[in-house]
Design a protein. Sequence first.
Length: 213
Amino acid sequence: MTDAAVIHIVDDDASFRSAISRVLKIAGYEVADYESAPRFLRTIADAKPGCVLLDLQMPFFGGLQLQEELARLSRDWPIIFMTGYGNIPTSVRAIKAGAEDFLAKPVSRKTLLEAIERALARYAGMRESRDQLNSFRSLIATLSPRESEVFSQMVRGKLNKQIAHLLGTSERTVKAHRHMVMEKLQVHSFAEAVSIAERAGLLTTTPSPGATI
């Protein structure tokens, strides 16, 4: 993740941005810096995803406000707050809103790099999980209405005979639908099919007979 990661520094202190940029570039990161939150927001549409190092107190538009705006824009990039004026209530508010860390200035090179690595590792895991979930949902969407009904029942442990009775069809037809379900979901075992349903959040409710997932 380090090679591809971009660290966005948002801080109104030019000397601080310069010093942190040098540290990060030496560590192998690509760096983009911004003197204000509005400046960062003006460029965010074309910015590469990465970690945001965010000053808490800036003129007109502070770090917490930017955090709220990024959430509104559905930018889930990890945020690490850095400030010389932090306090416990503020740090708690930032963390509750999703910030990865809250560091007091001046921050040591070791502490900063470790915080960034943790943030990027968690972000990479979240992206991987989200991409996998989207893939599962895309596969499920390929099922026909009848296949979806069979899938809904089979992943809840219903036997072919039970499914056939619930859906008012033959056991042979259910077997054919199960085969198509497995093929479309690109799985080779029943356990894999159940795992997809569980990961996609489809096992939280009990469907009525004939309902699709």
